[in-house]
Ligand binder design. Structure first.
Ligand code: UGA
Length: 435
């Protein structure tokens, strides 16, 4: 198989498929990324990926190239390139998907299946399938959305919780289903639920899943806003409603909100696509979901400023976390990075730290001041704010931190700390939606 696009999705997919015994070529236009992968090194931080790449080095089943012509001879061709938000608009930018398919078509043979994995607006697969069949008679297109989470990407790819394929009608659908059956033979043998459907449903499954998750997070953050004016505790509220199996406790962690390369831009692209389809009102609530989410970033900034008696200028703020979530170096639309940038903009003397994301954050915001060592970053702080719940921050000893900081104030933007322990060590502890 070939995997076109070797980012967080494609690189993990390529390595995991090789691990499952397939013969894989990973292709990307970025020579730096390809050089790193070809050496068996992960070009970004994803737990387990580096080990997987190293162990596959001598297998002969995984190679990487910048030459799309090397896709020739593969039967399944995965499209795993990014679909970022368009600049200045809410809709998805399909430039990379279109370019990948167009570049691939001349190298396809009859019987090949192009398998879209990227998250796309509903209607894209139908359009691309026409390009594939017109340019490569006998080749077909399928849409096979990906549900992996960063931080768990390898495990999610090797043992997915469900598999979805959207296929064309008749022979096209039969051929695509047969090829994907071989690709996912291991997971299917383990009775992973499989849903074979049409293109539109497969495309919508993906955006609906992310929209639902985002809605769940914003719901609990809306409850946090209400808790903040009533003295209620959103953490206990989440525990209590989460015991109802129909609701479930997962994705009910209130805090600084969601970020990353998927949830925020998928929400916006979905709302934009619904409007194009004349059904904007059906998902109008997603704009509210987005607005609640962005308010929580502002709330954290406001809490820091309040803790500094409304005079942030020149005050030392230790920002713990830059990645959009722990176990990742991804800072795309990261609430943590946003908080660091906003506080710097308000004149605070911000020192930001993160176990993995200083490099990625520094490339986007070279104006920020970074410190790799957590204890050094904490030294002399007038306020500490935790915005990514890395284990090392959750496990910080409040007594040790108390000896380093200038003023014992901690803002827990992820509700991930033991409030009592911090208070017992003399800290003013401020959580999100909890007293
Ligand atoms: C998300 C989905 O969870 C995956 O299923 C999907 O495949 C992926 O997007 C994608 O479309 O590629 P990911 O972006 O890796 O995965 O991260 P999540 O674990 O969903 O977390 C997203 C954000 O929500 C993070 O910023 C996290 O801190 C935040 N979050 C999550 C909360 O604020 N509260 C919660 O309770 C859970």
């Amino acid at each position: 198989m070939s995997v076109i696009g070797c980012g967080y999705l494609g690189a993990v997919h390529a390595a995991s498929m090789a691990q499952l015994g397939h013969d894989v070529v990973g292709i990307d236009v970025d020579p730096v990324k390809i050089a790193s992968l070809a050496k068996g090194e992960a070009p970004f931080y994803e737990p387990g990926l580096a080990e997987l790449l190293t162990s596959l080095q001598s297998s002969g089943r995984l190679r990487f190239t910048t030459d799309i012509a090397e896709a020739k001879g593969a039967t399944a061709h995965f499209i795993a390139v990014g679909t970022p938000q368009k600049k200045g608009e809410y809709s998805a930018d399909l430039t990379f998907v279109d370019a990948a398919v167009t570049a691939l078509v001349p190298h396809l043979s009859a019987g090949d299946v192009v398998v879209g994995k990227s998250t796309v607006p509903v209607g894209t697969a139908e359009r691309l399938s026409e390009i594939v069949t017109a340019g490569a008679p006998g080749a077909y297109l399928a849409w096979n959305p990906e549900f992996l989470r960063e931080g768990f990407a390898v495990a999610d790819t090797l043992t997915p919780d469900r598999i979805v394929y959207g296929v064309g009608p008749g022979e096209a659908g039969e051929r695509a289903t047969a090829v994907l059956g071989e690709v996912y033979a291991t997971a299917l043998a383990a009775e992973t639920p499989l849903i074979v459907t049409d293109y539109a449903t497969a495309e919508l499954v993906k955006v609906a899943a992310n929209a639902f998750l985002a809605t769940k997070i914003s719901f609990i953050n809306a409850m946090a806003e209400i808790a903040e004016v009533t003295g209620a505790d959103v953490t206990q509220l989440a525990d209590a409603i989460g015991h109802d199996a129909r609701i479930g406790r997962r994705f009910l962690n209130a805090g600084v909100g969601f970020g990353g390369g998927c949830l925020p831009k998928d929400l916006r692209a979905f709302a934009a696509r619904a409007e194009e389809l004349g059904k904007g009102e059906s998902v109008a609530f997603l704009k509210e979901v987005d607005a609640i989410n962005l308010r929580r970033r502002q709330r954290v900034v406001d809490l820091v400023v309040e803790a500094l008696d409304a005079e942030p200028f020149g005050k030392r703020v230790a920002v713990l976390g830059l990645a959009f979530k722990p176990d990742s170096d991804d800072v795309r639309d990261s609430p943590a990075l946003d908080v660091a940038v906003q506080l710097t903009g308000r004149g605070a003397d911000v020192i930001a730290t993160d176990p993995q994301a200083i490099g990625t954050a520094g490339r986007l915001h070279p104006q920020l001041r970074f410190e790799a060592d957590t204890l050094t970053a904490l030294t002399g702080a007038d306020v500490v704010v935790v915005v990514t719940e890395w284990r090392e921050y959750r496990e910080l000893d409040p007594v040790v931190v108390g000896e380093l900081v200038a003023s014992k104030v901690i803002i827990d933007g992820r509700n991930c700390l033991d409030a009592e322990a911090w208070r017992a060590a003399g800290f003013t502890y401020i959580g999100m939606g909890r007293p």
